[in-house]
Design a protein. Sequence first.
Length: 447
Amino acid sequence: MSADDAQRALRPALAVELAAAAGAVRAMLEGRALPAAIGEACARARLTAASQAAVQDIAYGAARHLGTCRGLARRLNQRAPAPALAALQLVALSQLLVPGRRHEAVLVDQSVEAARGDPGMRAAAPFLNATLRRFLREREALIAALAGDPEAVWNHPAWWIERVRADHPAHWQAILTAGNQPPPMTLRVNRRRCTVGDYLARLRAAGLDGDVIGPQAVRLTQPCDVSRLPGFADGVVSVQDLAAQMAAPLLDVAPGMHVLDACAAPGGKTGHLLELVDCSVVAVDSDAARLARVDAGLARLGLSAKTVHADVGRTADWWDGRPFDRILLDAPCSASGIVRRHPDVRWLRRRSDLATLSRRQGELLERLWPLLAPGGKLLFATCSVFRAEGEDVVQRFAAGHPDAERVALGWVWQGQTRSEPVGHLLPQAGETRDHDGFFYGSLRKLD
Ligand SMILES: C[S@@+](CC[C@H](N)C(=O)[O-])C[C@H]1O[C@@H](n2cnc3c(N)ncnc32)[C@H](O)[C@@H]1O
């Protein structure tokens, strides 16, 4: 028996995985982040690693289709079921949405079994059975009836859809569509150790495959565990989306420069920067556990930076007074650009969060600007598609600071000589460009 067969044999019935996924989705609907909720649900059910992966798949699928499934549930239910049953029904519907993806009769039976296995839901098992079977009978009509409901069509909250539409009138549908796709796994090849071409050959020799989508970026054909990546443990390669791989080159660092990496954890951009240039980096983050990942990542890459646990805005607590030639401010944001990786984010955020985050981003810019040497450059970044967390922040700051000059950013794509302007990078999954949504804005301090 192969290792995979053995893992499968150890997996419990689908009902147990559906129940765990429903528990996690219920927690998400109550405001918990989905990865933590999945971890807790799997621990409670004592699931194996293979089952945990299956639960994650099911729960992420439910988050990606939550708008549609809620719309369906409203049509199938005469009154709202209790939260645990509602979550199980949403999970089951999300699995049934794509015809033929799973054996439908088995799915319905296992969902009903999951309800029977829970004393609080047992009495409602026939109700669940009836609604799921009705969905299968009337699928096309029920889905067609959702056409006028934007949340059901786009699987994002209505306020989010309005906001993306207002910010990007020509691209809002493409942005929302991209947010519902499963993300690729993109690697960053350590330029100090290997060329992308040579690494591709190493991947192929290991039975994996991918394509080159950026100067150091290889997109895998199939995501896999990092333990299968040749040279991962030795720092030959790291996992990083292409949009995030633009930060280090756009920061425009020359050898010997003194650089602040503000909001650095878990350190993807710190590592990339040090792979590209010999420079001194101070990496600051307010989250101690995440900061430890910066140290671990740099140790794996064989590189070093000074890591500091502090609120980067409270400069008196940590700054030694030596001005920085470059500052990267990768500010905390809504994460609206990386929803394909974190499908729960859209349901957890509130409309009012954007104003708070935008204000906080502006405050961090204000606090860090005095640390920049005259002639130095600050790169402001967020993994957001909202203008309130990108262009608006930088424009507001530049308008209020006569010593700040906007620097045009360009990106030279693989195989192309032409440079493309960079600002709001809209998420996309194309043949040669496949990246999350991001914003980069650069400011130079006048001498
Ligand atoms: C978008 S993540 C940074 C990602 C990181 N630059 C990378 O490439 O791996 C934002 C980080 O900001 C940190 N953070 C939020 N507010 C902060 C503050 N006031 N001071 C320092 N770090 C902060 C969070 O702990 C989080 O790790």
